[in-house]
Design a protein around this ligand. Structure first.
Ligand code: ADP
Length: 219
């Protein structure tokens, strides 16, 4: 049944609503792991990081715009974007970074909207967005899920996964919103301090308590 309060952030597909979840968390908090657990339950996962790479692939308007702004020096020998070179260009230059974001972010959002539109009735669409809070998108979804982990566990997992030393790992954490800012934006917090089995239980609870009731309400 159609419900007035479902109008807004929801997508309308053939007269029914799609449930949208904004999934975020600090680097290494376990977003990708949670996204996989949600995918296993049938959710359609849209990964903003992956889209951010796709929209500047060779031949895209995104890459053309980046080259127009930053010059051919950001291209590698094969004509693809040299991320390290671009990173050096925008590092410590706020204007350059904002210009880059003004190219990439709208392209990512428009591609994410295209992919969301492929969702069927009663689908659950998970938008995995590392910088959801930093980019002020907390009101764009039915449910904002924040994966939270204590700082020591977070640093240990990043170092392990990405082969970084302590200060490199800390720098990556510090470049993001604080834990408190992220938690303030959450409708649901998934605590990933424990084991993967603990995490799976929480995702099952999240699905049961926050997703299933919305799906049932749409029928
Ligand atoms: P994010 O996508 O938020 O950066 P990941 O899902 O990649 O984080 O998780 C970071 C690292 O920690 C990965 O190597 C992942 O396999 C590992 N990890 C995630 N959750 C747990 C957990 N509960 N126990 C142990 N390792 C975990």
């Amino acid at each position: 049944m159609w419900r007035e309060r479902d109008v807004g952030a929801d997508l309308v597909v053939r007269g029914r609503t799609v449930i949208t979840i904004g999934l975020t968390g600090g680097i290494g908090s376990g977003k990708s792991t949670v996204a996989e657990l949600l995918r296993a339950r049938g959710a359609l996962v849209i990964d903003a990081d992956r889209l951010a790479r796709e929209v500047v692939e060779p031949g895209t308007p995104g890459l053309a715009a980046v080259v127009a702004r930053f010059g051919e020096g950001v291209l590698g020998a094969d004509g693809s974007l040299d991320r390290a070179a671009l990173g050096r260009t925008v590092f410590a230059d706020g204007d350059a970074r904002r210009d880059l974001e003004a190219i990439v972010h709208p392209a990512v959002r428009s591609r994410a909207a295209e992919l969301s539109a492929l969702a069927g009735p009663d689908d659950v669409v998970v938008h995995m967005i590392p910088l959801l809070v930093e980019t002020g998108q907390q009101d764009a979804f039915d449910l904002v899920v924040v994966v939270d982990v204590d700082p020591d566990t977070q640093l240990a997992r990043i170092r392990d996964r990405d082969g970084l030393d302590e200060s490199q790992a800390r720098a990556r954490v510090q470049a993001q919103a604080s834990r408190a800012e992220r938690l303030a934006a959450a409708d649901v917090v998934v605590d990933n301090t424990g084991s993967l089995a603990d995490l799976a239980v929480q995702v099952a609870d999240l699905w049961r308590d926050h997703v299933v009731p919305r799906l049932t309400g749409n029928r």
